[in-house]
Design a protein around this ligand. Structure first.
Ligand SMILES: [Fe+2]
Ligand SMILES: [Fe+2]
Length: 169
């Protein structure tokens, strides 16, 4: 069985139906975005998209991106750094994100089943400029985190500052 079919089979067994539908929506959007931004590693984008939430529902929810990275390595023998980083950074962001990771991040936050009000705008920006979409995604997430009185991700803040400063120059 090929890798993507194997992953889907695993997901149907291990994550909720709602999470599985989110994963398929994200995969579709991430592939569209990757083509639009001329990323050549489309099969790898699909692998990252399918695996990004595979750790959800197992253990600590706040750490699901790190758990998913481990599962990708151990269970599916993923070695590609772009895939592993995109999975690892999809919740909190990182200053080390490249175009590949940004596609997964913005597709995750703005796929069509996301119902909060900025989702549509993030999705629209994502086809214009990935960094513009990242900025709105990061600020939306930060506002939510502040409202919920949860801790901010330092890496997310660093990335936000990096993108804001670049835009001002
Ligand atoms: Fe996630
Ligand atoms: Fe997700």
């Amino acid at each position: 069985m090929d890798l993507h079919r194997r992953i889907k089979k695993y997901l149907r067994k291990h994550i909720s139906k709602k999470r599985y539908i989110h994963t398929l929506n994200l995969t579709k959007l991430a592939l569209k975005l990757a083509k639009h931004h001329r990323i050549k590693k489309l099969s790898e984008i699909e692998t990252a998209a399918l695996l990004h939430d595979c750790g959800k529902g197992l253990g600590d929810c706040d750490k699901h991106s790190f758990l998913a990275t481990k599962i990708a390595k151990k269970k599916f023998s993923v070695k590609d750094k772009d895939i592993l980083n995109a999975i690892k950074y999809h919740t909190y962001g990182s200053r080390k994100m490249n175009k590949f990771s940004k596609v997964i991040y913005v597709a995750d936050i703005s796929e069509p089943s996301r119902k909060f009000k900025e989702a549509k705008r993030i999705r629209k920006y994502a086809f214009e400029n990935l960094d513009k979409a990242m900025l709105l995604a990061l600020s939306t997430k930060m506002k939510y985190v502040l409202d919920e009185k949860k801790p901010l991700s330092l890496e997310g803040v660093i990335l936000y500052n990096k993108l804001i400063n670049r835009r001002l120059r």
